[in-house]
Design a protein around this ligand. Structure first.
Ligand code: IPE
Ligand code: IPE
Ligand code: MG
Length: 237
């Protein structure tokens, strides 16, 4: 089995998982955090190089205060309980998104997990937290405009490479496969620039039920795809 280099996952369906069990939505998020931890572990074992997980979008602040507070508590506990283990397991962590909107202690814990894991050589785990795909593009445009203003580059120099290097994913290859759990057929503002030729796999499984089996099913399906990137295959197909 050919394991792609980079898999991105929209971890969706925590609320519906809980509803089905007559539990509060937050119970789905708690189970979801546990599944995230397991997913990182088996992804590393599978030999995946990059795993990018959509954990909280900038639009998720619109949810009821109680749910947002619950998610903040889960994030706080997750970092307290898992930072050491992840660093020891050679996981390298990056955070994509505006971390300054999180409470101070969480900002510190996020910086700590990134700093402590910086020289790790195992799987690269990118966690999109308070992330927006359009915001990422706006941030990149500002960065490039600044470079032009400072005379570092000219407008004519701007190309795809320069834009890619201004994204949060600078230096990281585009995802080969994007998985969305819980059946929704949409992107919800995730990695808009990076997924231009990414293969998409949507599973009906709710995120708290996601397992290694679902991941392998997605990878198997990916292996059957013909990636053409706008060209034709050498077989002439
Ligand atoms: C994904 O599950 C987790 C977050 C967006 C934080 P949801 O909470 O969106 O679950 P559903 O889509 O309501 O079932
Ligand atoms: C996308 O899921 C964001 C995350 C999984 C973190 P949402 O549940 O927020 O997306 P919509 O509202 O269904 O588009
Ligand atoms: Mg959802």
């Amino acid at each position: 089995m050919n394991v792609p280099k980079h898999i991105a996952i929209i971890m969706d369906g925590n609320g519906r998982w809980a509803k089905k069990r007559f539990l509060p939505r937050i119970a789905g998020h708690i189970k979801g955090a546990e599944v995230l931890r397991k997913t990182v572990r088996f992804s590393g074992e599978l030999g995946l190089e990059y795993l990018t997980l959509y954990a909280f979008s900038e639009d998720n602040w619109k949810r009821p205060e109680e749910e947002v507070q619950g998610l903040i508590t889960i994030l706080r506990n997750f970092l307290a309980e898992n930072t050491k283990e992840m660093v020891q397991n050679n996981v390298r962590v990056n955070i994509f998104g505006h971390i300054e909107d999180w409470p101070k202690d969480i900002q510190e814990a996020l910086r700590k997990i990134c700093d402590m894991s910086r020289s790790n050589t195992g799987i690269v785990l990118n966690v999109a937290l308070n992330y927006g795909g359009r915001t990422e593009i706006v941030d990149a445009v500002k960065k490039i405009a600044g470079q032009v203003k400072d005379g570092l580059i000219s407008v004519e120099d701007i190309n795809e490479r320069i834009v890619s290097d201004a994204m949060y994913t600078a230096g990281i290859p585009d995802p080969d496969l994007l998985i969305r759990t819980s059946g929704e057929m949409r992107i919800s503002d995730f990695l808009l620039w990076q997924i231009s030729y990414t293969e998409i796999f949507v599973t009906k499984t709710f995120w708290p039920d996601f397992s290694k089996k679902d991941m392998l099913e997605a990878i198997e399906d990916y292996n059957k795809r013909e990636r053409r990137f706008g060209g034709i295959l050498s077989s002439g197909k």
